[in-house]
Design a protein around this ligand. Structure first.
Ligand code: SF4
Length: 234
């Protein structure tokens, strides 16, 4: 998208920031009404937030564009959920693979890079693919929420994302995890069964464990490392 058009879109989106406790569906509807459909993409790792956004987006716009950073290391339950959602909703799914296969990564960086240097592994398998996922798109929609991590504490409904040069839209920024869960259940949206087995937050299987009662919901991500983000949300 031309810079002028992107600037015009950014200005139009400023209206959202003036809303009080907006319904995430209104944010989605505004975005899809103001941006050309082929310039908007929905990021999904198929967590609770993502399936809820997909449910709403599919009702607002025909065949929304969705991308998944498919590291090749997602849980089998996540891959199964993708098939369930494809059967239930009409959406265009782009599975973005890393440049290196797992075998190539092993040959270049040694076995189980995620155990030694998860930042490097995330750069290879998530951050670099994100750049390719967003090529040709002006707006990406995400399921991040302020309460999830310190880095997300100031997430806005609409942001100028310096890292990607895109407009980033976070319709659930102000929602709690409980509110998301309640909506998913009330709407009957299919979700990952691992959420009922102690995994409030899901990523790659080597870097995700169930959380114990009383632990932070993100405590199961990258256990043993002072790492709470993969690097695609900055
Ligand atoms: S979450 Fe773990 S396995 Fe997945 S890309 Fe990051 S470090 Fe690698």
């Amino acid at each position: 998208m031309e810079r002028e058009a992107l600037t015009a879109l950014w200005k139009a989106f400023q209206e959202i920031l003036a809303w009080q406790d907006p319904d995430p569906r209104d944010i989605l509807a505004f975005v899809y009404a103001h941006a050309a459909p082929n310039t908007v993409t929905l990021a999904s790792s198929f967590g609770l937030e993502d399936v809820l956004l997909l449910h709403w987006a599919a009702a607002i716009t025909p065949c929304p564009d969705v991308f998944c950073l498919d590291t090749g290391l997602l849980f089998p339950e996540t891959y199964a959920l993708i098939e369930t959602l494809k059967a239930r909703y009409r959406f265009r799914l782009r599975r973005i693979a890393p440049s290196l296969t797992l075998a190539q990564q092993r040959a270049t960086f040694g076995p189980e890079l995620w155990r030694r240097d998860p930042d490097a592994c995330c750069r290879l398998r998530k951050v670099e693919p994100l750049g390719r996922a967003l090529e040709g798109y002006a707006v990406w929609i995400t399921g991040i929420r302020r309460e999830q991590t310190p880095a997300r504490r100031h997430a806005q409904w609409v942001e100028a994302d310096a890292a990607t040069g895109r407009i980033k839209v976070n319709p659930l920024a102000h929602w709690t995890g409980a509110r998301v869960r309640q909506a998913v259940e009330a709407l009957g949206v299919p979700y990952n069964p691992l959420h009922d087995q102690g995994y409030p937050s899901l990523g790659c299987w080597p870097c995700t464990r169930p959380v114990r009662p009383g632990e932070d919901p993100r405590a199961g991500r990258w256990p043993g490392f002072a790492k709470t983000e993969c690097g695609i949300h900055q």
